[in-house]
Design a protein around this ligand. Structure first.
Ligand SMILES: Nc1ncnc2c1ncn2[C@@H]1O[C@H](COP(=O)(O)OP(=O)(O)OP(=O)(O)O)[C@@H](O)[C@H]1O
Length: 295
């Protein structure tokens, strides 16, 4: 296990904003922390990155309770930059803060600037950067010391569609070599890059697991069948089929009068010597599942 969180809590005065939460992150997982405004996502990420002290609970990272923070990269929701610095100067500064060796820094800065597509602007002042460029520079800062876990607080929320696409594309690449935990309230972004999600509401973890498993919660009773030959007239006569909707004579979505007829349908297809290309029970969308859990 890369990271284990047990009984983590944080309160501000009498307001409990993170309430006894638990979850794990495995190596090479890309995990989205989902939840509405005020759910406690930022507070959780700040505790994980060491910026905020938990009131109680335990964070274990790479098997150690004494966390080596240089193995974690963090991009805050509102990163601050020195506008008078160039991108290279800023990354040099960030690298030194992460205790990187001076000799390695130059090459590392060049590589990371290429990776986030900012090499062309490496000697330009940050004050003149667009929002998207700043966010990519923020990512470069979080990455420069090659952390084992990258924690990103709403990395795309403030970006326009192009900036958002660029950052999500970088995350797709990054997740091949490092574990990522990022917060968002945009389900589509989570679905695009993550395999696992943690859902928070009012300081509590409401659900965690794979997106696939989450969607399975909201199976909507529809089946999809694609066959090699024409099945329209044959299938329409089966009295256990209802709400059949044919895209063409060999592709159909339908419901069964009872799910116990699933085997019956498959047996009938075999008897009829129908070749099945694809058969599956359709699950709901991530949005359906999110709404169901959050309700
Ligand atoms: N420094 C603070 N002092 C008092 N209350 C705080 C402080 N920081 C956060 N809170 C409260 O804690 C709760 C959780 O806030 P947090 O920023 O962690 O939520 P979030 O899920 O990240 O929300 P958002 O999506 O809006 O960023 C909110 O009610 C917020 O007002």
């Amino acid at each position: 296990m890369l990271l284990t969180v047990e009984g983590l809590s944080k309160r501000y005065k009498t307001n409990i904003v993170v309430d006894n939460i638990e979850f794990d992150i495995q190596p090479n997982q890309c995990v989205a922390l989902l939840g509405p405004n005020g759910a406690g996502k930022t507070t959780t990420l700040q505790m994980l990155s060491g910026l905020l002290k938990p009131d109680s609970g335990q964070i274990t990272f790479q098997g150690c309770k004494n966390i080596d923070r240089t193995q974690i990269g963090f991009l805050p929701q509102y990163p601050s930059f020195f506008p008078w610095m160039t991108a290279v100067e800023f990354l040099y500064f960030a690298g030194k803060l992460s205790k990187m060796e001076k000799g390695k820094l130059k090459d590392k800065i060049n590589n990371v600037l290429h990776f986030v597509d900012l090499h062309h602007a490496k000697n330009k002042k940050i004050g003149g950067f667009s929002g998207g460029m700043k966010q990519r520079l923020g990512l470069a800062q979080a990455l420069i010391h090659e952390p084992k876990l990258l924690i990103l607080d709403e990395p795309v929320s403030a970006l326009d569609p192009t900036g958002r696409r660029d950052v999500l594309r970088i995350l797709e690449e990054l997740k091949k070599k490092t574990s990522i935990l990022f917060s968002t309230h945009i389900l589509h972004d989570a679905e695009q890059v993550c395999d696992e999600i943690i859902m928070m509401k009012a300081g509590k973890v409401k659900w965690s697991g794979s997106i696939k498993r989450l969607k399975e919660r909201t199976r909507n009773g529809y089946f999809f069948l694609k066959t090699e030959g024409d099945i329209k007239s044959w299938l329409s006569k089966k009295d256990y089929i209802r709400e059949a909707n044919f895209s063409n004579s060999s592709t159909v979505t339908f419901k069964l009068t009872s799910n116990q007829y699933c085997n019956c349908l498959l047996e009938d297809c075999i008897k009829q010597e129908i070749t099945i290309i694809h058969f599956e029970e359709r699950s709901g969308t991530l949005e359906d599942a999110y709404m169901e859990v959050m309700r």
